[in-house]
Design a protein around this ligand. Structure first.
Ligand code: HEC
Ligand code: HEC
Length: 425
């Protein structure tokens, strides 16, 4: 459960980034006052990571200014993903949340502007490789966003390319262009100091297009470095302690892991080895980074455009300049990238459109999608949003698990949440 003080510490973290000096006052949104003691106890970040962190939590980097940061939709206390439902205004506003969430979908800087996808976790995004087409498997691998459109090809980093998008998206932070984002950094002494420490110059040059594009890329690279840091991607879950030989799974967690890798076949898609060899390795990504259509229904409460099916990867490929890729669009309609399962126990909504509301519901969906009359909490499963490419190879839909086995899988999934503080050996 979320307690209001937790929400508050999220909001204050927004500016609690590095040791305050008089200059940094400029960087602080007065609505987001500081918990400095807490900031100082954080792991030491590199200069580039500190710059990325300041940017990630800075709600001034929205238009209108001061209403939204990356962290508004990727909040640490929910595993750097989004919330379920937060009414705009009201109690949430008093905690520093100026924009709401409806059914897992985050509102943009403009009141009432909603996309139609749920924020995935921003943690471990650096594990997602540059998108490639694997001809042997006839499958696309890698790329960030649910549809892979941040391919990473230009900068060699999916996370850096992804981070350039939200500042300019009209349903997110809504700047008219990169120069508008950079100008806010350029006019701020705290950012100038951070920029110098990170990149060796005090001049955040926006005098010509080339400088703007280079410096905007540096913003993305700094955010990517921060996302890869031990603050965001610490590998501090129970399963990491187990893999390091420092903790043991309970009997239920262990049974859940065996099902995950075996009878329930989760590991075929949610391990980096994937395919036939299913095992969990040190530093496991809990995804093979490939794309599938698991037959999800629409989210009936989605406040974004919700009429046409979301085409996912196929929708992106159709826009690709690479003819070999655009030719694959139709075959990949309705497919979405398999996300990491790290920190998924902290999330409040699940899947690209936020249609599933709990891990119990997720596992029950995998188990019973194809069982006539099945559903969850009295709601039957809706019809698949895009049936033509739905996975029907038996890995999803009618696994024959008992409810006790479903619960064991959930218990295992909860060992993937960072911040394990239980017994270690
Ligand atoms: C209004 C809410 C919102 C804001 C603000 C926002 N995001 Fe997101 N983020 C999303 C949504 C929704 C998606 C998925 C969109 C899609 O796949 O089309 C996403 C996707 C991502 C991903 C890709 C994760 C994956 O597995 O594909 C990363 C990383 C990320 N955001 C980081 C950021 C950063 C960095 C910022 C600030 C520059 C930011 N986000 C601002 C909502 C938001
Ligand atoms: C055929 C490949 C495949 C199999 C098998 C599979 N998954 Fe997934 N999983 C995916 C894909 C693809 C998504 C994203 C689907 C979407 O949003 O459209 C996903 C999403 C999820 C999510 C939501 C994550 C989030 O951030 O919203 C959870 C949790 C999950 N899977 C757990 C499991 C478990 C547990 C199993 C085994 C019972 C399993 N998966 C089996 C491919 C698979």
């Amino acid at each position: 459960m979320l307690h209001s003080h937790k929400l508050r510490s999220f909001a204050v973290l927004a500016s609690a980034l590095f040791i305050l000096d008089s200059c940094q006052k400029d960087a602080i949104d007065p609505a987001l006052e500081i918990d400095n003691a807490r900031a100082r106890t954080k792991t030491k970040l590199t200069a580039v990571q500190q710059l990325g962190k300041q940017i990630f939590f800075d709600a001034r980097l929205s238009e209108p200014m001061g209403v939204q940061s990356c962290a508004s939709c990727h909040a640490p206390q929910v595993g750097f993903s989004g919330f379920g439902d937060i009414p705009t205004g009201g109690a949430a506003a008093a905690q520093g949340f100026k924009r709401g969430f409806v059914a897992g979908i985050g509102e943009g800087a403009i009141v009432g502007a909603f996309g139609n996808r749920k924020p995935p976790t921003a943690a471990y995004s650096n594990l997602v490789p540059v998108m490639t087409f694997d001809a042997a498997d006839n499958a696309f691998v890698g790329g960030l966003f649910w549809d892979g459109r941040a391919t990473g090809a230009r900068l060699g980093s999916t996370a850096a390319e992804q981070a350039l998008g939200p500042f300019l998206a009209d349903k997110e932070q809504n700047h008219p262009g990169p120069a508008a984002v950079l100008a806010k950094l350029k006019n701020n002494r705290a950012y100038i100091a951070l920029w110098q420490a990170a990149y060796g110059t005090t001049n955040i040059d926006i005098s010509n297009d080339l400088a703007i594009s280079q410096n905007y890329d540096r913003v993305g690279l700094a955010i990517a470095e921060y996302e890869a840091s031990t603050e965001v991607s610490p590998f501090s879950s129970k399963i990491d302690a187990v893999l390091a030989g420092r903790a043991s799974l309970t009997a239920d967690e262990n049974a859940g892991m065996q099902l995950f890798l075996g009878a329930a076949d989760c590991g075929g898609c949610h391990t980096q080895s994937g395919g036939k060899i299913k095992r969990i390795v040190v530093g496991e990504a809990f995804t093979g980074h490939d794309y599938d259509n698991i037959g999800l229904p629409k989210n009936p409460d989605n406040p974004g455009s919700n009429v046409a099916p979301d085409l996912g990867l196929g929708g992106f490929l159709a826009t690709s300049n690479n003819p070999a890729w655009s030719a694959q669009a139709a075959a990949n309609n309705g497919k979405f990238r398999t996300p990491t399962l790290r920190n998924v126990g902290k999330a409040q909504r699940f899947m690209h459109n936020g249609v599933l509301r709990s891990l119990e519901e997720v596992v029950h969906f995998y188990n019973t999608r194809d069982v006539p009359g099945a559903g969850f909490n009295g709601r039957p499963w809706g019809a698949p949003d895009y049936p033509a490419t739905m996975n029907v190879d038996g890995a999803v839909g009618n696994l024959g698990l008992t409810l006790a086995q479903e619960a064991q899988i959930v218990a295992f999934l909860r060992t993937l949440d960072d911040g394990y503080t239980g017994p270690v050996q």
